[in-house]
Design a protein. Sequence first.
Length: 393
Amino acid sequence: MQDPKTGLDAFPAVSSAGSNITVGTSVTIPIFPSTTFTREADGSYPHGYSYSRTGNPNRDALEYALARLEGGAEAIAFASGTAAMMAVMQTLSTGDHVLIANDLYYGARMMLKHIFPRWGLEVSFADLTDAGAAAASMRANTKLIWAETPSNPCLKITDLAAISTLAKRHGAYLVCDNTIGTPILQRPFDFGCDLVMHSTTKYINGHSDLLGGVVIARVNGELSERLRQIQIHGGAVPSAFDAWLTQRGMHTLELRVLAQSASALQIAQFLAEEKAAASRRTGGLKINRVHYPGLPDHPQHALAQRQMPRGSGGLLAFEVEGSQAQALALAAACRVFRRATSLGGVESLIEQRASMEGPDTATPPNLLRLSIGLEPAPQLIADLQEALARAAT
Ligand SMILES: *Cc1c(COP(=O)(O)O)cnc(C)c1O
């Protein structure tokens, strides 16, 4: 439709084909902040949009792109990763049982512990990296298994194909939080997952400037319809501007993630060498342990290589000798790594994770988590090397 004032397509129809968005000669998608959309004289909505909570061109375009990127049938976008996770839980009914990875993202554990028990959802935690332990935790009413791989912050790897077989045997859905893996490195639908969830706040947007989330369904059906209802009637939708920014971030996702993953491997190798040298060295803070699936001594290294063939990701963790004080001292001594929570941005971050998670955390107090950004790896390695020397004095 031509807008008489601008001569441009006023509301390109994107609900059925997000790739069709073009306005005049614009090579990027315009932003549609409008809350509401006008009706024709006969009461119809010429482009399918009536009110932005129900549907918005930028959200549609983002969902279309995310579904294609992950290889699913439909994506449902939310205002944060937490809202996306909440929506998945809300597809369940009172009395259903959810089996959750025991080293799940801390915020998800808090949601399941503090919100859903009052709604009558049964929740139990298991080590999903151990298929036998997972099988033993299944109940007659298990409807959902929630996996996160690599996990946060200890970078454990769950065998998605094995857990998917278990879920299917019990008629339960398998959800994978693919925030850390990203669709570039890991394709959960190829291993039988039913839903993939992302905090798009992290790698997908990639620039630490918004909160967002998405659930992608492998097939269209009852589950995706329920999620769509929760999105529209629950109302935790992303703004048009955030949808637009996220889609802009997605253009460079592959380049960013491959570079961050390659740097993370180099940094993990440096830390592993530091650990090996610790016994021979006198000064400086010592490293006790490195958690990175790309290192050959990681307990699930072979599985990680199969499940994430293009790289092990941009997140890693390590433990220093000592406790919280030593970990905080090392973080404080860094000059390039910024001391902040979150991950997946272009700037490298270091975080003493346990103090962020609170008193009932299972994360060791001497653990530091690194989110590798786009600075050159040698610069990041030098920063850690100098900080290790400086923190001990
Ligand atoms: C950050 C994060 C979340 C929560 O997402 P928000 O956008 O912060 O609400 C969930 N899962 C993982 C793995 C995360 O890193």
